[in-house]
Write a protein that binds this ligand. Structure first.
Ligand SMILES: [Zn+2]
Length: 329
């Protein structure tokens, strides 16, 4: 295991020397704030909201190391968040509850758990961070980095939370520069960290799915390098790296498949990848009181999972194309 990962997991990361000019402060365990002079942008970068999604944690640690070594000089207010440390230590997605369903105050009505307490803490430190920034409203950014359970036809993609305020062309330029293969626009509110930051602080916030979840030390880190370079450009104000891949594919969530019965079945092989295109008329899921049939327009399946608890989402059907909301508002 890398020494810095070890320091993170043993809570000794705050011993790492950081440039005094950045006014570094640990606002909570695993939450580092940096405030350079004259910052004109405020950026939150988070990883490890799911504890077994380790590659983004290593990417974030590399940023901390570069800042500590003086080779990366942020010109923006910066909040770096290592989400679920106990789950990271256990190499588990979560200990008691999926933390990325508890934001937006849902932690208050959820059963008591480590994740509910931590979600409340992360909401509070994020609020404090944005409250004290001098960056204008259009320059509030949040990248919440994850990796996925399944393989994916588009290996790296972004999930843009439902939002009523404008996301700028510069935001989509960043996603393109990070070499993401696809962008998915949500059309309903959710309990994710990115939805909370977007709605509460009018930030341009996004969930990034950057590959498959693997334990610490087993990640193919070069796969994550383009995202790292784009984040470095965002926080230093340098020009974005030039995209090398074909243009980004855009999708919009057309239907969420909500499991409400224990007899719910999903008609997909386990190895089916995210974004698999299904034939119109195909019965994708069923339970005694209803069935879900693939329409002509929304044929791509995302995050299929029959094993979720009842009341939760067991998959989404996507239509190709971006909604006007996210691009032209
Ligand atoms: Zn995740």
């Amino acid at each position: 295991m890398q020494p810095l990962t070890d320091q993170l997991l043993h809570c000794t990361l705050p011993d790492l020397p950081l440039p005094a000019a950045l006014h570094p402060r640990w606002l909570a365990e695993g939450v580092l704030e940096l405030r350079p002079e004259h910052a004109r942008r405020a950026v939150v970068v988070s990883a490890g909201i799911h504890g077994n999604e380790t590659a983004p944690v290593e990417l974030l640690l590399a940023l901390v190391a570069a800042i500590g070594a003086g080779t990366l000089c942020p010109a923006t207010d910066l909040l770096l968040v290592f989400g679920n440390l106990p789950a990271m230590r256990a190499n588990r997605r979560y200990l008691h509850h999926d933390m990325n369903r508890l934001f937006g105050g849902r932690h208050r009505t959820a059963p008591r758990s480590h994740e509910a307490t931590r979600a409340a803490e992360l909401e509070a430190v994020t609020a404090a961070f944005f409250e004290h920034t001098t960056a204008p409203a259009g320059e509030r950014w949040h990248l919440d980095m994850h990796t996925a359970i399944r393989g994916s036809l588009y290996p790296q993609f972004a999930l843009v939370p439902f939002h009523a305020h404008a996301y700028s062309p510069a935001f989509f330029d960043l996603l393109a520069a990070a070499e993401l293969d696809a962008v998915v626009q949500h059309t309903q509110v959710g309990g994710t960290f990115s939805h909370f930051v977007s709605e509460q602080f009018q930030a341009q916030s996004v969930t990034l799915e950057l590959g498959k979840a693997r334990p610490f030390g087993q990640n193919d880190l070069p796969q994550f390098a383009p995202t790292g370079r784009a984040i470095r450009a965002l926080i230093t104000g340098a020009p974005l790296p030039e995209r090398q891949k074909p243009p980004v594919h855009h999708f919009t969530v057309a239907e969420s498949i909500i499991k409400t019965s224990e007899q719910f079945t999903l008609n997909l092989p386990n190895e089916a990848e995210n974004f698999t295109c299904l034939p119109p008329g195909y019965e994708i899921a069923a339970q005694p009181d209803r069935r879900w049939v693939v329409s002509d327009t929304a044929r791509h399946i995302l995050f299929p999972n029959a094993g979720v608890a009842t009341g939760l989402r067991a998959g989404m059907l996507l239509a190709p194309g971006a909604p006007r909301l996210s691009l032209s508002e």
